[in-house]
Write a protein that binds this ligand. Structure first.
Ligand SMILES: Cc1cc2nc3c(=O)[nH]c(=O)nc-3n(C[C@H](O)[C@H](O)[C@H](O)COP(=O)(O)OP(=O)(O)OC[C@H]3O[C@@H](n4cnc5c(N)ncnc54)[C@H](O)[C@@H]3O)c2cc1C
Length: 311
């Protein structure tokens, strides 16, 4: 009841502000796992102004939602690190899929809208002969999501390239943060949970189109040989514990091929849980719990999820 009153008020305000939204939006297609139920309110701001306005609307109406402390909304990029619950997600979802733009700023700096897919940015880098992002190619993510998660691959983290971030905080205010004012960690940053990353300014280096294209191809080939990219997943299920590789521990525990419903621990890479058909969130959660238990019993190592649970 309270949720419905909150949603009603939010809907009126969003309409007044001219901000796009949908009710009861199926979240499954918005995740790379292809798992999940519906968002009761799905907000799609078209630009930075609308993002700030949407946050202010949700702030005003959020006391009527049943939200965890301080969380005004769940920010959704490409959903490539998310496991969405099977039921209804009552927290409003703020989708960044329209915050897409790329602007050359001179001196090899590039301003990128937070919802811009990495693949689109890489095409720009090839065209302009800009190098730096090649090791990350193949990550099916947005630049905003990659900044928040400090995505990395083959020894390169996004944080090493970040000059500046524009964050629309949970008060709807614009904060400009220099790269060195952000705390960067292994698959995380101090940007997380603070609002919407609206812009990321990257510092790349000058190269040639051909060599950027070649490096992208090589990294994608390495990825294809190691990862089960033909099936839906959310990438690595667990973080690598200090001194270990999560995939190696899971493989040594004999868990490759372990299955719950249509969720399976990949035969190709044991740190990937893949959806081979119509897996439910509960199937994946069961596999996660099982892998954690068995790995702890066999090796005394506690695995921690890299994928995030959204409910
Ligand atoms: C096949 C595959 C391969 C992968 N390989 C890698 C890899 O090599 N290295 C790696 O690090 N990760 C990898 N991942 C995981 C994933 O792509 C990254 O975590 C990525 O950074 C998530 O970006 P996203 O846009 O999909 O964010 P989402 O999954 O939508 O969200 C992730 C988190 O970021 C928040 N968020 C997203 N966008 C914003 C924004 N604009 N502002 C504020 N918060 C935001 C969300 O609320 C959530 O907390 C892989 C995933 C898949 C499916």
């Amino acid at each position: 009841m309270e949720d419905r009153r909150g949603a009603g008020e939010a809907i009126r305000c969003l309409r007044d502000e001219g901000i796009g939204f949908r009710l009861r939006e199926n979240l499954r297609p918005y995740t790379t796992f292809k798992i999940g139920g519906e968002a009761s309110l799905f907000v799609e701001p078209a630009d930075e102004r609308e993002t700030a306005a949407a946050i202010r609307v949700l702030c005003k109406t959020s006391p009527l939602f049943d939200l965890p402390e301080k969380a005004i909304a769940i920010v959704l990029g490409k959903g490539s690190n998310l496991l969405v619950c099977d039921g209804v997600v009552s927290t409003p979802v703020l989708f960044t899929g329209r915050l897409v733009w790329i602007e050359a700023m001179g001196g090899c700096e590039v301003g990128v809208g937070g919802g811009t897919p990495l693949a689109q940015l890489l095409s720009f880098c090839v065209a302009e002969g800009l190098s730096g992002l090649e090791p990350l190619s193949g990550i099916p993510a947005t630049i905003g999501g990659m900044a928040v998660m400090n995505a990395g691959a083959f020894g390169q983290s996004l944080s090493e390239l970040v000059e500046e971030v524009v964050l629309i905080n949970w008060e709807g205010e614009r904060e400009v943060l220099k790269g060195n004012e952000i705390t960067w960690g292994y698959r995380g940053s101090s940007l997380k949970g603070r609002g919407v990353v609206g812009v990321v300014v990257l510092r790349l280096s000058k190269s040639s189109s051909d060599s950027v294209k070649k490096a992208i191809r090589e990294h994608q080939k390495k990825r294809r040989t190691r990862q089960p990219l033909n099936l839906p997943s959310a990438g690595s299920a667990f973080k690598n514990p200090p001194g270990h590789y999560a995939g190696e521990l899971i493989e040594k525990a004999g868990l490759k091929g372990e299955r719950r419903g249509d969720a399976v621990i990949s035969e190709k890479h044991a740190n990937f849980i893949v959806n081979i058909g119509n897996a439910a969130c509960s199937d994946v959660l069961e596999l996660i719990d099982y892998a954690k238990r068995v790995v702890f019993e066999k090796f005394g190592v506690r695995l921690e999820e890299e994928i995030e649970y959204v409910c």
